[in-house]
Design a protein around this ligand. Structure first.
Ligand code: APR
Length: 250
């Protein structure tokens, strides 16, 4: 038990910095909220993507089998948006926390590759990424550039190896998560004395269960999450501003 320091406001970045110092190793779990300041909308806040479009129409394995061209109309736009986005100061702060040895790894639900582009080295992408598309028949992996080139003239990219329609390299609703990444994420959470959740509503399982694998977790999130009541600390504020203050306070 850590006796709270009476001079530090309880739900503050300074309190979070104290927790990070005390509880090592720390593993970070991020969601779409860490990328909104890069111009990428999240999913479930009032201005999120799922307020505009039904995820089961564009991001489920059933939709892909039923109407792959509809799924590719959605993901073609996503790939262009995510590739043109730049890491923001929240991504950079997490990379700096790793460099200082405060954060051991980042487990991310995001498919935008911005943690790696910001310099984080230990990144576990549990929902896949936009880097490539996969063939469900022969398991071929096609890089995003080649996929986008095909999408200039075709409604859905085909596997150059066997001709099957390729699937976006992200986990669709109804699909299993990549086993190796989920195993590593679970092992990281179990070995952590603190999981720090940044920018996730914690609504989507099994990833939402990762904080519960650790002996304690804290949350930085604008608005409520499904696990607020079980968090050691909740900072209800923006990711960039909070993580920058944490860096200054360490
Ligand atoms: N700083 C802090 N929190 C933020 C910020 C910000 N700048 N911007 C948004 N948020 C919060 C939102 O209020 C919301 O609570 O981040 C949270 C994002 O939650 P979701 O939109 O549900 O995103 P996420 O938790 O990553 O969704 C998980 O669902 O649709 C699937 O595969 C998709 O990986 C995604 C998964």
């Amino acid at each position: 038990f850590i006796a709270p320091n009476p001079t530090i406001p309880p739900m503050s970045a300074a309190a979070l910095a104290a927790l990070l110092r005390e509880r090592q190793p720390c593993v970070v779990l991020t969601g779409a909220g860490v990328s909104t300041e890069s111009g990428i909308p999240d999913f479930r806040s009032p201005t999120g993507i799922w307020a505009e479009v039904d995820p089961f129409e564009v991001a489920s394995i059933q939709a892909f089998r039923r109407d792959p061209e509809r799924v590719w109309r959605f993901y073609r736009e996503r790939i262009h948006l995510l590739r043109d986005a730049e890491p923001n100061s929240a991504h950079r702060a997490l990379a700096e926390l790793e460099r200082r040895g405060v954060v051991a790894a980042v487990v991310t639900q995001n498919i935008d590759t911005l943690h790696s582009r910001a310099g984080s080295r230990e990144v576990v992408e549990v929902h896949g990424s936009i880097r490539s598309a996969r063939c469900l028949r022969c398991l071929w992996s096609e890089p995003a550039d080649a996929v986008l080139a095909q999408l200039e003239t075709a409604p859905a990219p085909l596997c150059p190896h066997c001709g099957e329609v390729l699937k976006p390299g992200v986990v669709l609703f109804g699909e299993l998560l990549p086993a190796a990444e989920m195993e590593r994420a679970t092992q990281l959470a179990r070995s952590a004395r603190l999981v720090l959740v940044v920018g996730s509503s914690l609504e989507v399982w099994p990833v939402a269960g990762l904080p519960l694998e650790a002996c304690a977790f804290a949350i930085v999130n604008r608005g409520p999450t499904a696990l607020d009541d079980h968090a050691l600390l909740k900072v209800d504020a923006g990711a960039s501003e909070t993580l920058s203050k944490v860096l200054d306070a360490l």
